[in-house]
Design a protein around this ligand. Structure first.
Ligand SMILES: [Zn+2]
Length: 154
């Protein structure tokens, strides 16, 4: 197994949900798990929306393992695949914001274009769930256990 950790739009300057310290720490926990195993990490930013959370950036120790991807739209599937094509990734574990917008859209593109399973875990993704337009209840979410299982097999 060679799962990739995909970090989407964790840009606190523009997206309030990306400031959530619990979410940031949950993502950093998995950054460390990924780094221990030398697995690929993809950091995606929405063009013009500021820098990735500095706590996340400072925890990315081995830059060779990290692919930085800029996207110009909500979904970043094409942009990600054009950069990680040769890495033989088995799964994409999605993190970041907003769960029912850019995260799910990017996940759907990855599944469609790469035909690889994507996992969306509630505690690794953020949203504004009080917003009336939030569609998170429609998303099929994976348990954190499934991610831990993937890591064990990696
Ligand atoms: Zn939502």
């Amino acid at each position: 197994m060679k799962p990739a950790l995909v970090i989407v739009d964790m840009q606190p300057e523009c997206w309030g949900a990306a400031k959530n310290p619990v979410l940031v720490d949950n993502i950093i926990h998995y950054i460390n798990e990924w780094q221990k195993r030398n697995l690929p990490i993809v950091v995606v930013t929405y063009y013009g929306s500021g820098k990735t959370h500095r706590k996340i950036l400072s925890n990315l120790k081995n830059k060779k393992q990290v692919t930085f991807v800029r996207k110009y739209d909500c979904g970043g599937g094409h942009e990600i695949l054009s950069k990680v094509n040769k890495k033989k990734i088995s799964h994409f574990v999605m993190t970041g914001v907003f769960r029912c917008q850019c995260v799910i859209e990017t996940a759907n593109e990855l599944e469609e274009l790469a035909n690889k399973p994507t996992l969306i875990v509630k505690t690794l993704t953020g949203c504004d769930e009080k917003d009336i337009y939030c569609m998170c209840h429609q998303i099929k979410q994976t348990s954190k256990k499934a991610v831990d299982k993937l890591l064990k097999a990696a």
